[in-house]
Design a binder for this molecule. Structure first.
Ligand SMILES: [Zn+2]
Length: 242
């Protein structure tokens, strides 16, 4: 194998490692955002349950006040009954008192329902608070793991970048710009093998003289179709697949 090719393959492998670590690094942030969103949602759940309890308690107080007012009315009507001497007026007041009693009974039924709702919602609050507590711990651990991972990936990337500069400097000065251009236009595979006599990049069948040129390892061969740099190793089978 040409020395140029060997160095270029090392550089390409280094670039592949760098790209992989960069992808892993880029993947951390969405995961971190998701963890924080989950935590935020759990906090919101708890808050909305708490405010539901407050609303129900306000309603309960309102109902209690209504009962109190109805009882005061009954007292007032009873007093008026006691003072009146006219029978129709007495009957009318008795009717009013009955109405008040019926209202009180209805309000107390409603109050009982509200109390049950308060009880059930308070249980939900306790469960949501426990969920939030556990989730907070978990998210805290996750964030720590993400931060560690980020630091170590950045360190590793810095090491790889230093090594890459050395590798790039060792590559033939004419070949390097072609490689860099190919990497921009074709992605990670700029230099490819010729297994089954097809270009390992675009998979188009290579002309016989290109395959022979690759095998001879005397000069750099280029895929006439996609422009990628080609290389040959002895373990490649160059018999064309039908
Ligand atoms: Zn090609």
């Amino acid at each position: 194998m040409l020395d140029h090719i060997e160095k270029l393959l090392l550089l390409q492998e280094r670039d592949r490692q760098i790209a992989q670590l960069e992808a892993e690094l880029a993947d951390i942030d969405p995961h971190r955002r998701f963890a924080l969103q989950t935590l935020e949602a759990a906090k919101n759940d708890l808050e909305s349950l708490k405010s539901r309890v407050k609303k129900l308690e306000t309603e309960r107080n309102k109902l209690e006040l209504e009962v109190k007012e109805k009882k005061q009315l009954i007292e007032k009507y009873s007093l008026q009954q006691f003072q009146t001497k006219k029978n129709p007026e007495y009957q009318a007041l008795a009717h009013e008192i009955e109405n008040c009693k019926r209202d009180i009974s209805n309000i107390e039924d409603r109050e009982l329902e509200v109390l049950e709702q308060i009880d059930a919602t308070q249980k939900q609050v306790a469960a949501a608070a426990e969920t939030l507590k556990q989730l907070s711990q978990r998210v805290e651990q996750q964030l720590e793991t993400f931060a560690h991972r980020e630091t170590s990936l950045k360190q590793r990337l810095a090491e790889l970048a230093r090594g890459r500069a050395e590798l790039a400097a060792s590559v033939d000065a004419d070949l390097l710009p072609r490689y860099e251009r190919l990497r921009k236009s074709k992605g990670q595979r700029a230099i490819v093998g010729i297994e089954h006599s097809v270009c390992g990049g675009c998979h188009v069948r290579l002309p016989a003289q290109v395959v022979v040129g690759c095998k001879a390892s005397q000069e750099i061969m280029i895929c006439p179709n996609c422009g990628r740099i080609l290389y040959y190793t002895h373990d490649m089978n160059t018999a064309a697949a039908e």
